[in-house]
Design a protein around this ligand. Structure first.
Ligand code: NAP
Length: 244
């Protein structure tokens, strides 16, 4: 069977880098985006030049019907999804008392419900084929929490609980489930914190720098490869030693 990866939020940042690495590793890739159509189409074209099949697919992962339609489109164009990377995510930083319930719900809708919808949509084929791989992109805040990151950390902690539990439930069906917990990574999401904060985060990191999208993509590539075939239910931290 062809190896087909669906990477959510692949138009920019970490997801884009993951899609490139997976294509170079031999996967056909579905590049999901919410609004960045041009970027997603350009990435799909780049992957096709690499010699793999690729398609850009629009869906807001918080919308169950849109996710279901997206997965049907991917199955029609590339075949069944053998690797799902739940990367699409939003962040929210600030004092908890300043967060509205609407902000809280949106964060959970994208970061947690999004993973639910995507897993539910690809799982029937994975179970039927008795083959599958699911990788969730968490964050170091999910495991340890942080001031002004309460809601974001809560969504990532939920993803980590889901990762471990589903790994146990799906292992007999030959479906692995793992997560990657990046530290601070240079993307649009981090840029929102401002240059001064980013510089101080780099200074606090034992390896002396913040991460790149490629640092995370390399860990995903490992979890997507046969080299990790006995690894499931793990949350692998990639943070240059920030949490040590
Ligand atoms: P980013 O640069 O802000 O990119 C976000 C990506 O997610 C974009 O491709 C965006 O698509 C997509 N997206 C957002 N909401 C979506 C939705 N509702 N449905 C579908 N796609 C959606 O973010 P990033 O820094 O690459 O982060 C990627 C993942 O890594 C997130 O889960 C984040 O929590 C996690 N992470 C990031 C860092 C960091 O420091 N950057 C650290 C730890 C963990 P459009 O372009 O179409 O909007």
């Amino acid at each position: 069977m062809n190896q087909v990866a669906l990477v959510t939020g692949a138009s920019r940042g970490i997801g884009r880098s993951i899609a490139c690495k997976l294509a170079a590793a031999g996967y056909d890739v579905a590049v999901n985006y919410r609004v960045s159509a041009k970027e997603a189409e350009a990435l799909a074209a780049e992957i096709i030049i690499l010699g793999r099949r690729a398609v850009a697919v629009q869906a807001d992962v918080s919308d169950a019907a849109a996710v279901s339609a997206m997965v049907s489109e991917v199955e029609d164009k590339l075949g069944p999804v053998t690797l799902l990377v739940n990367n699409a995510g939003l962040s929210w930083s600030g004092l908890f008392q300043d967060m509205t319930y609407e902000d809280w719900r949106r964060l959970f809708a994208v970061n947690v419900d999004g993973a639910y919808h995507c897993i539910q949509a690809v799982l029937p084929r994975m179970l039927a084929e008795k083959e599958g791989n699911i990788i969730n992109i968490s964050s170091i805040w999910g495991g340890r929490g942080a001031s002004c990151e309460a809601a974001y950390a809560a969504t990532k902690a939920a993803l980590e609980g889901l990762t471990r539990s589903l790994a146990a439930e799906l292992a007999p069906s030959n479906i692995r489930v793992n997560a990657v917990a990046p530290g601070c990574v240079k993307t649009d999401m981090l840029d929102a914190l401002g240059a001064e904060t980013v510089a101080s985060l780099a200074a606090e990191t034992p390896m002396g720098r913040i991460g790149t999208a490629e640092d995370v993509a390399k860990v995903v590539r490992f979890l997507a490869s046969a080299d990790s075939e006995f690894v499931t239910g793990q949350v692998i931290t990639a943070d240059g030693g920030f949490t040590l």
